[in-house]
Design a protein around this ligand. Structure first.
Ligand code: BGC
Length: 734
C-alpha cells in the first residue's frame, strides 16, 4: 500500500469513527443498558411538560409517550378474561375494527375454581399473547377483589373469597402475561367489593381485616408476581379515594411492598390534584371526556394530573421530585413493555388458545350434586333430551361492563350438547327471557314470557331427561359492572320454572351459569346440579365434555354458597355493613369472610368453599407432619395419602386448613394454608406432600402493627372442602 493510500484509509476510518460517535445511540435507546440507566437518561432529557404528559390519558385507552424522544405511547386494554375490542379515541363507542375479535377465556371465578396454578400460568401466557399481538402494553387485569357478598355484580371477574387461594392463583397469571412484554394491571386496589355506590362509598374496616383478608392477593401480585402496574379502585378507604390514598399507595404499596411499577386510576377515579400528586397515583385515566367538542370543559388537558398538576409544580406547591418519581415509573413500564428487547410478537385466536380456554373451563366446572350417578350421560343413553333455559343459547361473553368481549366465536351450551348428542336427540325451549344486555340500565324482554314458560313445561314433559341451563347473565343488576344484584334468588322467574318442570319430570339436572352464588329453593328436588361459570369461547364444548363424561369434573367452589342471603357475614348486619348508608360502610363481619364466617358461626352453607364432586371417589389418608414442634422460621411438611377408589381416572383438589385453638385474639375456626390438585388413575394411590410455613400461621397484630405467630398449639387438617375435613394433626410452635 502506498503512503498516500494508507493516509486516505486512515482518514476514512477516523471520519467513520467520528460519525459513529455522533450517531451513537443515547443510553435510553440502547437495549443493552440496564433499565434503570435508560430511565435516568430519558428523564434527564425531558422537559417538565413532557414529564407531566406521562401522567395522564390522551385517549380512552392510551397515555402519552415522549414523541420528541421516540418513546412510545402506552396502550391499554380490558380486561381480565379477553382482550377487549378497540374503542374510539374519545368515547366509549366501538371503533369498528374488523381484526379485533378475540378468544374469550373463562372468567376468573372459573380459573380460581380449577385450584390449578399451572393452568393459571397457561391462561396468563395465552391472554398475554393476545394482548401483545394486539399491541397492548397494559392488560387491565387480573382482578383480585375478595368475594365478600354474593350481591356484588362484579364477583365474576375475581378469584373468590379466600385470600390464600387468590394469592396462589394470581401470581402465575401475572408472570404469564408479563413474559410477553405486556404489563398486568392488578385491580381494583383496594376494597372495591361491591358495585353499589362504588364511586364514593367510604369503606371502614379493621387493620386485621385489611391485612388478613383484603390485601394478601394484591401483595402476592406485587411481591411474587412482580406486577408492573396496579389499578386504584373507585371507592374511598378511611376518608380518601383509593386512587390517591396515602396509606394504600404510598405507605403499603410503594414503601412496604416496594412496588416499582405504575399506579393507574380506575377510569375517572381521581378527584383532587394535590392528593393525586402526593398520594401515590402515577397515571390518571378517565371516563368522562366526551371528545374534542367538550375539550374546553373537560378534556385530557383538564385532568387532575394534567394542566392543574403542571401549575402546582410550577408554583412550587408540589415538589419536582413528585413528577420525577411518576415519570420514572411510567418510563420503567415503557422500557419493560413497548421498548423491551426481544419482545415476542404474540399470537391471536389460535388453536392453542382455544385449547387453554377449554381446559380451564373443563377444570373449573363444579359438580355440586350427582344423585345416583345421574351424570355422566353419554350419547345414546336417552332418546330425547330437553335443554331448557336462556343461558343455553345466550352469549355470556358480551355484557357485564368493561370486561365485555367481541369474540371470534363462542360455542353455546346448546351447540356443545347438540354436537355430542346429535340434533335428533335434543329439543330446546328458552323457558324464560331476560332482555337485552345494556350497560347501567335494565330493559325487560319483549318476548311473550308466559308462552316461553308453557312451551318449556311441555318440552320437559315429553323428554326423557331435562337439562335446565339457567343462572345469571351479564345484564345490569346481574353479574355486571356498575350495579349490584337486587335479590339472591335466580332472576326472571327461573325458580318458578324449575318447580314447574319438576312437577312434570323428575329427571332434571340444573346447570347454572353465573359468577355468584344463588338461592336454590329447589335444590333437594333436583338429582343433579352443576355450577358452570362464564366459560368463554369454548364454554359449550367444556360443558358437553363434562356432562357426557369425556372429562371428569374436578372444579371446586372458590366461594361458599349460602342457603340464604343473611347467612353471609356481610349480609347478616344492618345496611351499614352492606351496601352502606350511601356515604359510609363498615365491614362488621371483620375477618370472618366466606367460610371463615360459616365455620366460626357454625352456619351450614348450602355448598361449602372448596367443595366439588367427581365421577370417581377419593380416599384420604391421615394427615401427618414431619415433626411435632417447630421454630418460627421453620416449614411444616405435611403429608397424607390419596387414593382414587373409583372406576375412572380423576383429579382432586386437596386442601390443608390450619387453626389455633387457643389464641389471645379471635381466630377463625380454620383457614386455608395449602392446596394442590392431584391427578390419579383409577385405583392409583399417591402420597401428597405439602408445605406450610410457620410464619403463615400468623395473625395481623393490631397492637404491634405486624404479623405475630403466638407460640402454642396449632391444628392442621386435610380436607376435601371447608366442610369436609378428613383428619387432623396437632403441632406445637415454639
Ligand atoms: C372498570 C375497570 C376497567 C376500566 C376501563 C372501569 O369502569 O372499573 O375495571 O378496567 O373501566 O374500561
Amino acid at each position: 500500500m502506498t503512503k498516500l493510500k494508507a493516509a486516505l484509509l486512515c482518514l476514512i476510518v477516523s471520519a467513520g469513527l467520528q460519525a459513529y460517535g455522533q450517531t451513537k445511540k443515547p443510553i435510553y435507546l440502547d437495549n443493552s443498558q440496564p433499565t434503570e440507566m435508560r430511565v435516568e437518561d430519558a428523564l434527564s432529557r425531558m422537559t417538565l411538560e413532557e414529564k407531566v404528559a406521562l401522567c395522564h390519558a390522551q385517549s380512552k385507552f392510551s397515555s402519552h409517550g415522549v414523541p420528541r424522544l421516540g418513546i412510545p405511547e402506552i396502550w391499554m386494554s380490558d380486561g381480565p378474561h379477553g382482550v377487549r375490542e378497540e374503542i374510539l379515541w374519545d368515547s366509549w363507542g366501538n371503533a369498528g375494527f374488523t381484526n379485533d375479535s378475540c378468544t374469550a377465556f373463562p372468567a376468573l371465578t372459573c380459573l380460581a375454581a380449577t385450584f390449578n396454578p399451572s393452568l393459571s400460568n397457561a391462561y396468563g401466557v395465552a391472554i398475554g399473547e393476545e394482548a401483545r399481538y394486539r399491541r397492548k402494553d397494559i392488560l387491565l387485569g387480573p382482578g383480585v377483589n375478595i368475594y365478600r357478598t354474593p350481591m356484588n355484580g362484579r364477583n365474576f371477574e375475581y378469584m373468590g373469597e379466600d385470600p390464600y387461594l387468590a394469592s396462589i392463583m394470581v401470581v402465575p397469571y401475572i408472570k404469564g402475561v408479563q413474559q410477553n412484554g405486556v404489563a398486568a394491571c392488578v385491580k381494583h386496589f383496594a376494597l372495591n367489593n361491591q358495585e353499589e355506590y362504588r364511586g364514593h362509598i367510604n369503606v371502614n374496616l379493621s387493620d386485621r381485616a385489611l391485612f388478613e383478608i383484603y390485601l394478601p392477593a394484591f401483595k402476592a401480585a406485587v411481591e411474587e408476581g412482580k406486577a408492573w402496574s396496579i389499578m386504584g379502585s373507585y371507592n374511598q378507604f378511611r376518608g380518601e379515594h383509593c386512587c390517591h390514598n396515602d396509606l394504600l399507595l404510598n405507605r403499603i404499596l410503594k414503601k412496604d411492598w416496594q412496588f416499582d411499577g405504575v399506579v393507574v386510576t380506575d377510569w375517572g377515579g381521581a378527584h383532587d390534584t394535590k392528593q393525586a400528586a402526593l398520594n401515590g397515583l402515577d397515571i390518571e385515566m378517565g371516563s368522562f371526556t366526551n371528545g374534542l367538542s367538550s375539550k374546553a370543559t373537560f378534556g385530557y388537558e383538564d385532568f387532575y394530573l394534567a394542566q392543574p398538576f403542571l401549575k402546582m409544580l410550577k408554583s412550587g406547591k408540589v415538589p419536582m421530585s413528585v413528577v420525577d418519581d411518576k415519570a420514572r415509573r411510567v418510563l420503567r413500564l415503557i422500557f419493560r413493555t413497548a421498548m423491551t428487547p426481544n419482545r415476542p410478537y404474540g399470537r391471536f385466536v389460535c388453536e392453542d388458545h382455544s385449547t387453554i380456554a377449554r381446559k380451564v373451563a373443563e377444570e373449573g366446572i363444579v359438580l355440586l350434586k350427582n344423585d345416583k350417578q345421574f351424570f355422566p350421560i353419554p350419547a345414546g343413553k336417552y332418546q330425547k333430551i330437553a335443554v331448557i333455559g336462556e343461558n343455553a343459547t345466550r352469549s355470556v361473553t358480551e355484557g357485564g361492563g368493561s370486561s365485555t368481549l367481541k369474540v371470534k366465536y363462542e360455542v353455546s351450551p346448546l351447540a356443545g350438547l347438540i354436537a355430542r348428542y346429535g340434533k335428533d336427540h335434543v329439543v330446546y325451549a328458552q323457558g324464560y327471557a331476560s332482555g337485552p344486555s345494556l350497560y347501567d340500565r335494565e330493559e325487560p324482554s319483549r318476548l311473550d314470557t308466559k308462552a316461553l314458560f308453557e312451551a318449556a313445561v311441555v318440552a320437559a314433559k315429553n323428554a326423557d331427561v331435562v337439562y335446565f341451563v339457567g343462572g345469571l347473565n351479564k345484564n345490569h343488576f346481574q353479574d355486571a359492572e356498575g350495579g349490584d344484584r337486587k335479590t339472591y334468588n335466580l332472576p326472571f322467574e327461573q325458580d318458578k320454572l324449575i318447580e314447574a318442570i319438576l312437577k312434570v319430570n323428575k329427571n332434571v339436572a340444573v346447570i347454572l351459569i353465573s359468577g355468584n352464588a344463588v338461592a336454590m329453593p329447589w335444590v333437594k328436588d333436583v338429582p343433579a346440579l352443576v355450577q358452570s361459570w362464564y366459560l368463554g369461547s369454548e364454554g359449550g364444548n367444556a360443558i358437553a365434555n363434562v356432562l357426557t363424561g369425556a372429562v371428569n369434573p374436578s372444579g371446586k367452589l372458590p366461594f361458599s354458597f349460602a342457603k340464604k342471603l343473611e347467612d353471609n357475614g356481610a349480609n347478616s348486619f344492618s345496611k351499614i355493613a352492606y351496601p352502606g348508608d350511601s356515604i359510609n360502610e363498615v365491614y362488621k363481619e371483620d375477618i370472618l369472610v366466606g367460610y371463615r364466617w360459616f365455620d366460626t358461626k357454625k352456619i351450614a352453607p348450602q355448598f361449602a368453599f372448596g367443595y366439588g364432586l367427581s365421577y370417581t371417589t377419593f380416599e384420604y389418608g391421615k394427615i401427618t407432619t414431619d415433626k411435632k414442634s417447630y421454630g418460627q422460621d421453620e416449614t411444616i411438611k405435611v403429608s397424607f395419602t390419596l387414593k382414587n377408589t373409583g372406576k375412572v381416572d380423576g383429579a382432586e383438589a386437596v386442601q390443608v386448613y390450619a387453626s389455633q385453638p387457643k389464641a389471645s385474639v379471635m381466630r377463625p375456626a380454620k383457614e386455608l394454608k395449602a392446596f394442590t390438585k392431584v391427578f390419579l388413575k383409577s385405583g392409583e394411590t399417591q402420597t401428597v406432600a405439602l408445605e406450610v410455613k410457620v410464619k403463615d400461621l400468623a395473625f395481623y397484630n393490631e397492637k404491634t402493627n405486624n404479623w405475630t405467630v403466638e407460640p402454642g398449639e396449632f391444628v392442621l387438617r386435610n380436607a376435601a372442602s371447608a366442610a369436609d375435613v378428613k383428619s387432623s394433626v396437632a403441632i406445637h410452635v415454639k
